[in-house]
Ligand binder design. Structure first.
Ligand SMILES: C[C@H](O)[C@@H](O)[C@@H](O)C(=O)CO
Ligand SMILES: [Mn+2]
Length: 591
């Protein structure tokens, strides 16, 4: 069985035999091949395999050929399509009628009217309530030119990245480990939202399952020994001084036991999400299956953490692009079972294949407040103020920023670009602090690091609003590096046992929520944000429109907003039309 969905390419053609069709067959097929090649040579699935395309067996001129193509795509596990043409074709006969994400590239040439077909078929898509993305190159190309211009390539790849994310999450699960955490609304998991908007299921387990598996030894014992040896080498030596009051601190012996406990928790959390064939060999058929989870959340607080070591080690390692088994794709695991943030992490992960960061959006520090408490000025990109992102647990260790690109700049890499040296540097820059036992009575270890400055990042968050539905918010910006003394003073006022990222959003004076750094913090819809490496706001906007989730706040220029062409019919203000279109079409998988 194929692990990932494929993208179907549909070459459509003028059906008139006796000259027209014959003259266009080769050209049209070549355009389809060029699109498939563009996608497979640029986009990868999470395991590093190229995103696969399937091309229709024939060009599509008449409806029987459209039907044969649809049948082939169903057999091949296609999850979205791109229709390509350089000429006039018959709209409703050749169009893709499947409600999955779809785009049409109408070649901008004038010998044959590909753009006329594009307009006609997009009108048909609008009329039939099957929104499609329209791709029309800016400059006229010659008929014999089969190259894909840069502006067209950018749109094809933006569509394909987002469509592949939509298709990849479909049919998978979100696994709640535990339930609602400290009354956090995002952890009141909405099955309706997951099912209707994402095509996903919600699974849940009670946290006693961890104890059962630990006590009955239901985990891979060989892997546990390997994981423990790795932890002894890379993590335990970086155990930080205990900041608990002496009467609250655990003894050395208790801490050693906690290390063993949190390593076992990590194996079990992974097995719960994705299963483990080793457990089948051990006779545990059910446990070997896992929950088919592509994302999950760990409740932790309060009952579990009041009694057992916290989930911080587990969450940090799961979200990281490496562990004792080497470099691998990061998992998506939200802390505090905040599924709304987990979904923003999942979007970021599927669009980039990189490890994700989960944080409390804790403090806006104005330049004035920083001056007052430190006696120093914020400088550089931080000069207009900063947002302190900090939470125990679910932040990828990739967010240390210790991996470097070819120019020596910090990067949170895709796993296939990570090197062993990068991995060792991420680990060498992460401390493991005995958990603050006023908060976490059961102990455990919190990952602690300071994110390197200068990385392009995008903060996002999904919120559920009664009467409206889901909305997405997006803020592109950068990580900032502060004067070390300023960092220390500000960090000491919080919980210095947790990882810190200083975030500076890109401001847009003309948009109220981005007129200053304070407004970004003040407009954030909940206590958490997901941080993704890179400026991926454009991709998130395209993805959200495919899922009919309106974007309530973003700092992306209008020219970079790429949504289905039907959105243009809902008015000239892009954000208002987004709301109207999303509410008209409704969720993609509504039953
Ligand atoms: C320890 C505390 O309960 C934190 O976990 C709390 O500040 C949060 O993270 C709330 O989202
Ligand atoms: Mn939190």
């Amino acid at each position: 069985m194929n692990k990932y969905p494929k993208i179907g390419i549909r070459p459509t053609i003028d059906g008139r035999q006796g000259g027209i069709r014959e003259s266009l067959e080769e050209k049209t097929m070549n355009l389809a091949k060029a699109v498939a090649d563009l996608i497979s040579s640029n986009l990868r699935n999470g395991d590093g395999s190229p995103v696969e395309c399937v091309i229709s067996d024939t060009t599509i001129g008449r409806v029987a050929e459209a039907a044969a193509c649809a049948a082939k795509f169903e057999r091949e596990g296609v999850g979205s399509t791109i229709t390509v043409t350089s000429c006039w074709c018959y709209g409703s006969e050749t169009m893709d009628m499947n409600p999955w994400p779809k785009a049409v590239w109408g070649f901008n040439g004038t010998e044959r009217p590909g753009a006329v077909y594009l307009a006609a078929v997009l009108a048909a898509h609008s009329q039939k309530g099957l929104p499609a993305f329209g791709i029309y190159g800016h400059d006229v190309q010659d008929l014999q030119d089969n190259t894909i211009p840069e502006d067209v390539a950018e749109k094809i790849l933006r569509f394909a990245r987002s469509a592949q994310a939509v298709a990849t999450m479909r049919g998978k699960s979100y696994l709640s480990m535990g339930s609602v955490c400290m009354g956090i609304a995002g952890s009141i998991v909405s099955t309706d939202f997951f099912e209707d908007y994402l095509g996903m299921r919600c699974e849940s387990i009670d946290l006693t399952e961890f104890i059962r598996r630990m006590e009955l030894g239901i985990y891979d014992h060989e892997e546990y020994a390997k994981a423990m040896a790795w932890t002894e080498k890379y993590c335990k030596p970086r155990e930080a001084a205990d900041r608990n009051r002496p009467e609250k601190a655990k003894t050395r012996e208790e801490k050693d036991q906690d290390w063993e406990f949190v390593v076992k928790m990590t194996l079990i959390a992974r097995d719960l999400m994705t299963g483990n064939s080793k457990l089948r060999e051990m006779g545990f058929q059910e446990e070997a299956l896992g929950h088919n989870a592509i994302a999950g959340g760990f409740q932790g607080q309060r009952q579990w953490t009041d009694f057992y070591p916290n989930g911080d080690f587990t969450e940090a390692l799961m979200n990281t692009s490496f562990d004792w088994n080497g470099i691998r794709e990061a998992y998506v695991l939200a802390t505090e079972n905040d599924a709304c943030n987990g979904i923003a992490m999942l979007f970021g992960h599927l669009l980039t294949n990189r490890g994700q960061q989960f944080s409390d959006v804790r403090t806006y520090w104005s330049p004035e407040a920083v001056r007052r408490v430190t006696g120093k000025e914020l400088t550089g990109i931080a000069k207009n103020g900063i947002i302190h992102l900090i939470n125990s647990g679910a932040t990828t260790l990739d967010a240390t920023g210790q991996a470097t690109d070819a120019n020596g700049n910090p990067e949170m890499k895709q796993p296939w670009d990570l090197t062993q040296e990068d991995v060792e540097k991420c680990l060498a820059n992460t401390n493991w602090c005995p958990a603050n036992r006023d908060y976490f009575r059961g102990g455990g270890f919190s990952s602690n690091f300071l994110t390197k400055g200068g990385m392009p990042v995008t903060m996002s968050r999904l919120n559920l609003v009664k009467g409206l539905g889901p909305v997405l918010q997006i803020a592109e910006g950068w990580t900032a590096e502060l004067d070390p003394e300023v960092h220390r003073t500000l960090d000491e006022r919080t919980d210095p046992t947790w990882p810190t990222t200083w975030f500076v959003p890109r401001l847009m004076p003309e948009r109220d929520a981005f007129k200053d750094v304070y407004s970004v913090m003040n407009n954030w819809g909940a206590n958490h944000g997901a941080l993704t490496y890179g400026h991926i706001g454009k991709d998130l906007i395209t993805l959200a429109s495919m899922l009919r989730i309106p974007v309530c706040m973003h700092n992306i220029a209008d020219v970079d907003v790429f949504r289905p062409s039907a959105w243009n019919a809902f008015g000239m203000d892009k954000e208002g039309s987004d709301y109207r279109a999303c509410s008209t079409y409704g969720p993609l998988y509504k039953k």
